[in-house]
Design a protein around this ligand. Sequence first.
Ligand code: 2HA
Ligand code: ZN
Length: 269
Amino acid sequence: MSILDNRPALKAEIDKVAEVAGYLWTKGWAERNGGNITINITEWVDNAMRAMPAISEPKAIGTTLPHLEGRWFYCKGTQKRMRDLAREPMGSGSIIRILPDCAHYEIVADAPVAPTSELPSHLSVHNYLLAKGSPYRASLHTHPIELVALTHSRKWMEKDAATRMLWSMIPETKAFCPRGLGMVPYMLPSSVELADATIRAIDEDYDVVMWEKHGVFAVDTDIMSAFDQVDVLNKAAQIYISARNMGFEPEGMSDAQMTELSTVFGLPK
Ligand code: 2HA
Ligand code: ZN
């Protein structure tokens, strides 16, 4: 028995998580337990789910998040592997609900898989998104090789330097990632400082934020769209690196070509 039985809409959402987890593994972005996925599933919660008893004690989130009252999330489990989640999402993750104090949660289904150690930061981002009235329901953290490699250079950590270069590698990049790539300097993984800096970057209007020498954090309406943005940006980074490997600095699209693209596709200049 699974909470997903006879709930096709909720199951479809969790199936997308499993599909993306498989992509993260095959792309080499999810070694061991690397990466995290948290999805706000509240819109698929029905009365029968609300009546379900918890299968864990209430656990402290570690912070109070007032916009999460009554919200439900699917979260990858701590120490769980994306490649296992791809096969069995409810074995490597669980469904939790936030308690009325907005400071504790409990696990509801299917098994008592403890959520990721990154839960406070993922939930802080969801709290921010809900406070803003954003339609975004998915957060993704992963370790895309070429994008992480870029962050080992001061030059590409400068604000919007990587964005401009990546956009100019192939026209689709700006079309599908019109907000570009935010940059957050190195901070300790799982730290409150990193979560706060990530939220500040999202608030500056980035959907995809780089954590220097670590990975990306992306938000979007659903997990597939969040993955797509990271995939498009990383593809551009691969093109840049391929050109460098062939022994030259890639030309990049010209400013005039970028302006034309932005005008025709209605993108921000
Ligand atoms: O949870 O990638 O940075 C696994 C991670 C944390
Ligand atoms: Zn990580």
